[in-house]
Design a protein around this ligand. Structure first.
Ligand code: PMP
Length: 398
């Protein structure tokens, strides 16, 4: 077990060691840790639906009616009408013929990608694709090529030189990137996938609930629902629930029921969760103002931090603020925590070396006062950051 000690010691030295927060409780935009309440800017509960009364009520009723667990996988006796209802509603929400419900986004990507690619096939994926997409691609045993983030010229070069050496080809992207908060050029991806005979899979984990008419996602808002073959997304983020979906043709979902191992070999999610997810889709339709209001707030927040001199990127409710090395990111997160703000620093290996960042994710339930207060804290931090940089510069000159 020496290797474990070495591994953990190395991570500690590099300030990239991860540990668990062990919270007393949490809610939309807030956490309580060791008896102290903090404003939380680290959750994906973007719309605050995890505590929406309609979701809680739906889950409670289903819990009483169906009990806690489902007892078996969907292919055995864990398959209930409620799962099918959720799939029908999801398909219609995403403007697709059919949908299949997976136990998590991670399960979905791990099951779908290998079902579409094997030893003689090829996968082209954006270099910033989520770990679950990368792991699905590795598991598939297909040849893999990464294109530079959102760089369509690079993708086309790779398609030209590699695509036709293989049988089937799959292109992977996220629609809103989880760590960078920017959007994929979906229209160009569709053009390329058509020209080079590929299947296009888009992960809408961070777009669903926020973008598009009533939160139907970025694919819908760009009018590409028909053109994107595989629209995957999660119920666990803006939708406040749990699990994930693939929206596609009936042919595809029939195929996955027979081939996606993470679907076949895992117990079906509880009906309480399924019912909450159904309620979340209803809330998106009935309260469509949440996503746009959040995006407005994010735009104001981004402008304020940019004006304060921070390097900001992204174009969504996710606002990355570049810090640099992981030690500084960790120290600054501690300073913010002392002021009552939980902003987790994202460090390698989740992001490349030297690009440690704060990933602010805003929540519909944050108050204006909370957002203004964290902007003030970030302004102060910037002044401190500059002072430290000046000292370092003078030290180097000496
Ligand atoms: N895809 C993306 C883009 C994600 O950000 C995540 C979770 N962070 C997942 C998939 C996995 O989803 P889940 O948490 O439901 O497993």
């Amino acid at each position: 077990m020496e290797f474990i000690k070495d591994y953990l010691a190395k991570r500690k030295n590099e300030d990239t060691l991860r540990s668990l927060l062990n919270l007393d409780t949490r809610g939309p935009g807030m956490i309580v840790r060791q008896g102290l309440k903090y404003v939380d800017f680290s959750s994906n509960d973007y719309l605050g639906l995890s505590r929406h009364p309609q979701l809680i009520d739906a889950a409670r009723q289903a819990l009483e009616k169906y009990g806690v667990g489902t007892g078996a996988s969907r292919l055995l006796s864990g398959d209930l009408k409620l799962h099918h209802l959720l799939e029908e509603e999801t398909a219609s929400f995403k403007h697709k013929e059919s949908a299949l419900f997976f136990n998590s986004g991670y399960h979905a990507n791990l099951g779908i990608i290998p079902a579409f690619s094997g030893k003689n096939d090829v996968i082209f994926s954006d270099s910033l694709c989520h770990a679950s997409q990368i792991d699905g691609a590795i598991l598939s045993r297909a040849a893999r090529f990464l294109f530079r983030h959102n760089d369509m010229e690079h993708l086309e070069d790779l398609l030209k030189s590699e695509r036709f050496k293989f049988d089937k080809a799959l292109i992977l992207t996220e629609s809103v990137f989880s760590m960078d908060g920017d959007k994929a050029p979906l229209r160009s991806l569709v053009e390329l996938k058509q020209r080079y005979h590929c299947v296009l899979m888009v992960d809408e984990a961070h777009a669903t609930g926020i973008f598009g008419n009533q939160g139907r996602g970025l694919v819908e808002s760009e009018g590409l629902s028909e053109d994107v073959d595989l629209i995957m997304g999660t119920f666990s983020k803006a939708l406040g629930g749990f699990g994930a979906y693939l929206a596609a043709s009936r042919l595809v979902t029939d195929y996955l029921i027979n081939s996606a191992r993470s679907f076949i070999y895992s117990t079906a999610l509880p009906c309480s969760i399924v019912a909450a997810n159904l309620a979340a889709l209803e809330v998106c339709k009935n309260e469509p103002w949440r996503g746009p209001a959040l995006l407005d707030c994010a735009q104001r927040f981004r402008t304020a931090l940019g004006d304060a001199g921070w390097s900001i990127s992204g174009d969504s409710q996710i606002i990355p603020v570049m810090i640099g090395d992981s030690t500084t990111a960790l120290n600054y997160a501690k300073i913010l925590l002392e002021k009552g703000f939980q902003v987790l620093p994202i460090r390698p290996p989740t992001v490349p070396d030297g690009t440690s960042r704060f990933r602010f994710s805003l929540c519909y339930e944050h108050t204006e006062e909370e957002v203004s207060a964290v902007v003030e804290a970030m302004k102060e931090l910037k002044r401190y950051h500059e002072k430290c940089s000046d000292v370092k510069l003078q030290d180097r000159k000496r």
